[in-house]
Design a binder for this molecule. Structure first.
Ligand code: TXA
Ligand code: MG
Length: 310
């Protein structure tokens, strides 16, 4: 794939928006860092983000929106959310909200969590793209996994050229560090320090922030959130009596992650299929998934689902 460099003018933005509609990946500038954007409603598009970044696990991603109405469709709104959005949106602030029951974003975006991170960036080019596209855009920083974030289109090209459809080039990002993340699923909590100083957030809320913990982002802590109610058995070539079987490739099972053995398709189906099988209240056997490409992230998540419960 040849990565095109688009200008931040109406033609470039229209092209970027069209690519997003086709479930392609488009890197774009925000005031903090360049984001690697995909249609957050498309499991397949979001799977492609992990593929392009070479991420060995599914971390939850930030959903970018161009207007407040869309943010409220995705996350459960509250007084605190209102206060912070009034004060700092658009801007370098991400809010983690309870996911609305009728969520519109793919479960691959939230990594199966009951919460969702939402942000309205201030960068005029990001705003124009998000408004033109009209839907939610999942976007982690536009760098290969484990490498530093990109603050210019050249950085993006250095790391991801040939792996994404396009980058909208609008020079350097003014803030240069990622957004501040505030958790609002219970008492307001600083989850990640970032471009917006936490003092300003405290002042706007009129309360202290709960102490910073990395609970939800730390892999070990996340496991319980992903765990289905039933037990999970991995590398199962066949199911035992009483089990439901999640298939892959030649192993059909009761429900298959990907009958053709396509890891991209399997990633897009992973959380939805686990939920479906979990609803059957039976132990879940899972067919082997190869340990390469997106298979690394899929297996990471499956191992957590299968880990002993406390
Ligand atoms: O400035 C930024 O925030 C940039 C630009 C592109 O907007 N984006 C960014 O995304 O930094 P990313 O994917 O690199 O960071 C996402 C962070 C991770 O630390 C993740 O754990 C956290 O957001 N996160 C996402 N959803 C969450 C959730 N439901 N609960 C807790 N943390 C969450
Ligand atoms: Mg990052």
């Amino acid at each position: 794939m040849k990565t095109s460099r688009l200008l931040p003018d109406p033609d470039g933005l229209a092209a970027a928006s069209r690519l997003l509609t086709e479930s392609q990946l488009v890197a774009f500038p925000t005031e903090t860092v360049y984001g690697l954007g995909a249609d957050a409603r498309s499991g397949s598009a979001v799977a492609a983000i992990y593929e392009a970044k070479g991420r060995p696990s599914f971390n939850p991603l930030i959903v970018h929106v161009g207007d407040l109405a869309l943010a409220k469709e995705i996350g459960e709104w509250s007084d605190a959310a209102d206060r912070l959005a009034q004060a700092f949106w658009p801007g370098p602030l991400t809010l983690v909200l309870p996911l609305r029951a009728k969520g519109i974003v793919s479960e691959l975006v939230t990594a199966g969590l009951p919460s969702v991170a939402v942000r309205m960036p201030a960068h005029p080019t990001a705003q124009a793209l998000l408004r033109g596209f009209g839907g939610p855009v999942a976007a982690p920083s536009a760098n290969p996994s484990g490498r530093i974030s990109s603050t210019s289109a050249d950085h993006v090209m250095d790391g991801l050229s040939g792996r994404i459809a396009a980058v909208v080039d609008d020079g350097e990002c003014p803030v240069g560090v990622e957004s501040t993340i505030i958790g609002l699923t219970d008492a307001p909590r600083l989850l990640r320090p970032g471009g917006l100083p936490s003092e300003a957030i405290r002042a706007a809320l009129g309360t202290e922030l709960a102490s910073a913990t990395n609970d939800i982002t730390a892999p070990g802590q996340l496991s319980s959130h992903y765990a289905p109610g039933a037990s999970v058995r991995l590398n199962a070539h066949a199911s035992k009596p009483g089990e439901v079987h999640l298939g892959f490739g030649p192993i059909a099972g009761d429900l298959s992650l990907s009958p053709s053995g396509d890891l991209h398709e399997a990633a897009a189906n992973l959380f939805g299929h686990l939920h479906k099988l979990d609803a059957m209240n039976k132990p879940i056997a899972v067919a082997p998934v190869p340990e390469n490409g997106l298979g690394l992230a899929i297996n990471d998540r499956l191992r957590r689902a299968a880990a002993p419960r406390n």
